[in-house]
Design a binder for this molecule. Sequence first.
Ligand SMILES: O=C(O)CCC(=O)C(=O)O
Ligand SMILES: [Fe+2]
Length: 331
Amino acid sequence: MTREAFSQIPVIDLNNIRSLDTTARGALAKEVKRACVDVGFFYVKNHGIPEETVEATMSASKRFFSLSEGEKLKLDIRKSMSFKGYQPLLSSNNDPENMGDMHEGYEVGWEELDKKPDDSKRSNDGTMAGANVWPDELPGFREAILKYYHAAVGVGRLLFPLFALALDLPEDFFDDKTKNSAAIMKVLHYPAQSGPVDDRIIGIGAHTDFECFTVLWQEPGIQALQVLNQDKKWIDAPPIPGTLVMNIGDQFARWTNDAFKSTVHRAINRSSIERYSMPLFFGTDYDVKLVPIPSCVSEDRPAKYPVVTAGDYVKDRLKAAYGHHHDKRES
Ligand SMILES: O=C(O)CCC(=O)C(=O)O
Ligand SMILES: [Fe+2]
């Protein structure tokens, strides 16, 4: 690939993802592989999530963030042992060099839309198991959030086999590693940062995501997301209507011994209006060990990472970013 090409984030059409034609799926997997190896970021179109679902969830999210701080703080994520609930402005810090992230957020994990007395997926989450916390005052909020959550989880389910193909693995390689609910969704609200911006307080500081991959919806019309390319230059990842942004996270970097790039990114909302986004982070089940795939390790490419479980990895990174439970970054 040329240097020029590194500054491009590809758009991949998922139209053929459900195709029964293995050649078509194979061609798609090739495109995905190239994006994962070269950039670690790509856009997907024809992802199948209806626009109405996105809009309903966004309007629910806007209603949530416009509640009073007191109401929102009833759901303070710092009271949750499993990282569910509300994150006030400046309470997280994704870049240890920075002084806090200029966004507020709200975080949920797996939950059935129709409540079951025993939701085995959620209770099997081990170290990350714990109920979502919902506001009392917002009728329809839970339903709107969970509707998008389940739609996006559906996209994630389609993508794991594609990533497996891209790694020359059997398509079902991740099936027994993704049986539970290791998918965390956030809705985020970034105030406008116009005027001079202190580089140490931006929307979300430079970071990599912790899981296998992220599916991000970002508000159309506002440029904020930036990706660090292989030349260590920040390139814009503008919203493209009708697409979702996908990026590789640290768990895939570990599975692939860095063949797939967990790419550093950040967001700065320098527009004059507030911005909303929603990432959904897909990991393997929390008890699964992040063991490098044999074809990604060789004498020339020795294993780079110690083996840990997905749950321990994610929890340590969350603790570091949120600095709560009186725990500081371990090591
Ligand atoms: O809001 C965005 O565009 C990026 C969010 C993000 O990178 C994250 O939450 O990990
Ligand atoms: Fe991120």
